[in-house]
Design a protein around this ligand. Structure first.
Ligand code: SF4
Ligand code: SF4
Length: 486
């Protein structure tokens, strides 16, 4: 049974919402006041024993700072594989819906998409391992109070690059890799190699010079120079170990996530990394060149490329680049992406212009929550679809999506220097001509696709760009021969 736990927050916005209209065989909707309250959820669980769960609430990723981790762990402990938990972000509705009927139909669409995702995501094999018990501190805490706080709360730590104590001299960070609760940081000091192992990495960016930040950012493959806020790298479930901390409050928030992991006896997690089908691999080496995380290598003896799961961040760049489709990802798999684009056909029945906004899960999708917080609306033509990285959208998916009934596609990606996948945005922009020729071959005007880079500091600019594009599409007269002129 699919169980959807929906936040009653939505009733504040659309008071005549009738949730029961969304119920059907195999789908039960339960509105609750506080869907992130573990006790409330546990109670529902004991009673309903569902196979799959969809949590519908505003800004589920934002909640991941604290409650999201606790809640998904609780649901897992009730026997549900994490692959069978999906989220609906009600903010998508708040920023686009014009009235209650529209909101209801958008919620219905989101439900179908979430169910489609659950049906097409394999049950993950879970990894269980003991966590490291210490934190790795990188840089110098802003004042002694930080370390006192850690000691008072019995959090063990080891410091690297502490410029104040003089330990930072001659340090060169080489590599950071691993999984939730179990990371290693390799560095060199006075030409001798050293390694720290820890549950998580807490960085004090204010204590680092711009040069050090760049060096650390490169080694960690983390765009630190531009991240001015508390930024846990927790958008990927198995890589939630990097925290940028500037204030004691931010450290306290980070510890809410980190400490239960350090204190636990074991970590149960799904380690997502790219997969290789050796029977398809032609050893061309494209994946090795494409991977910015040094996770891909060629094994000439076994006649296949291989992936190092400790380094792979499941960005999907190699999946898009592989010419023989030997690469794939467990979630956002090739078959899921194809099926998803085709299934959009069922969601494009409403009148008016339809603009599909495919948003990368970093800066692109951050705009949705930002706009909802600021109570800024975007054109009701927009329908949002979150993907891991814009570069994951292969060129042939564009005609499939437009033939499904959309008038245009906007792909929101990170501004180049802010891309979490380092070259995801660049790769996508480089492929623009390929997209255009695929569209032309399918008798689609190239103007129906726009790639829109978004800076995390300029999220406010997104509505104007989308609204203008929606207006353009509404007034676009397709020339004879275009599939849109039929
Ligand atoms: S890009 Fe594909 S075919 Fe080429 S080596 Fe990598 S997995 Fe094999
Ligand atoms: S998914 Fe990304 S990190 Fe993993 S092997 Fe492919 S390109 Fe490298």
């Amino acid at each position: 049974m699919n169980l959807t736990i929906i936040s009653k927050t939505v009733t504040d916005h659309f008071s005549d919402f009738d949730f029961s209209q969304l119920e059907k065989e195999d789908r039960e909707i339960i509105p609750v006041d506080h869907p992130l309250d573990p006790e409330a959820v546990a109670k529902i669980y004991k009673e309903k024993q569902p196979d799959r769960v969809i949590l519908a609430l505003p800004d589920p990723l934002g909640h991941s700072l604290k409650e999201h981790g606790k809640l998904t762990t609780l649901i897992e402990h009730q026997g549900v594989n994490p692959a069978q938990i999906a989220f609906i972000n009600l903010n998508e509705i708040f920023i686009t819906a014009e009235n209650s009927d529209d909101a209801l139909s958008r919620l219905q669409t989101q439900l179908l998409l979430a169910e489609f995702r659950l049906e097409n995501t394999p049950q993950y094999p879970l990894e269980i391992y003991p966590p490291e018990k210490e934190l790795i501190l990188l840089g110098q805490p802003p004042d002694k109070g930080f370390l006192e706080y850690l000691r008072e709360n019995k959090v063990a730590f080891q410091s690297v690059l502490d410029t104040d104590s003089g330990d930072g001299a001659g340090v060169k960070i080489i590599e950071f890799q691993g999984f939730t609760g179990n990371y290693t940081l390799d560095w060199k000091q006075d030409s001798s190699k050293k390694q720290a192992r820890g549950c998580a990495l807490v960085i004090f960016p204010d204590s680092l010079t711009d040069e050090q930040k760049e060096e650390v950012g490169t080694a960690l493959r983390y765009p630190m120079l531009n991240s001015t806020f508390l930024a846990p790298d927790n958008r990927r479930s198995h890589k939630n170990g990097v925290w940028l901390v500037q204030t004691l409050k931010e450290l306290q928030t980070a510890l809410l996530t980190i400490k239960p992991i350090c204190d636990g006896k074991e970590v149960t997690t799904f380690i997502e990394s790219a997969t290789v089908d050796p029977t398809r691999c032609g050893l061309c080496g494209t994946c090795v060149k494409t991977c910015m995380f040094n996770a891909s290598t060629l094994d000439t003896e076994q006649q296949t490329s291989v992936v190092d799961p400790a380094k792979c961040v499941a960005c999907g760049n190699c999946v898009t680049a592989c010419p023989t489709q030997a690469r794939d990802l467990p979630s956002y798999s090739n078959s899921y992406m194809h099926g998803l684009m085709q299934s959009l056909h069922g969601f494009t029945q409403a009148d008016g212009t339809r603009l599909l906004v495919i948003a990368c899960e970093s800066n692109g999708y951050a705009a949705v929550n930002h706009l909802a917080n600021e109570k800024i609306k975007v054109s009701p033509s927009c329908m949002f679809l979150q993907v891991r990285c814009g570069a994951r959208i292969e060129s042939f998916l564009v005609p499939v999506t437009l033939k499904a009934g959309f008038d245009g596609i906007a792909i929101l990606i990170c501004a180049r220097h802010e891309c979490r996948n380092i070259v995801g945005s660049l790769d996508l922009e480089r492929r623009l001509n390929l997209y255009r020729s695929v569209m032309k071959a399918n008798r689609i005007e190239p103007g129906r696709l726009r790639i829109i880079p978004v800076s995390e500091r300029k999220l406010d600019s997104v509505p104007a760009v989308l609204n203008k594009f929606a207006d353009y599409l509404a007034n676009l007269e397709s020339p004879e021969g275009s599939i849109f002129s039929l």
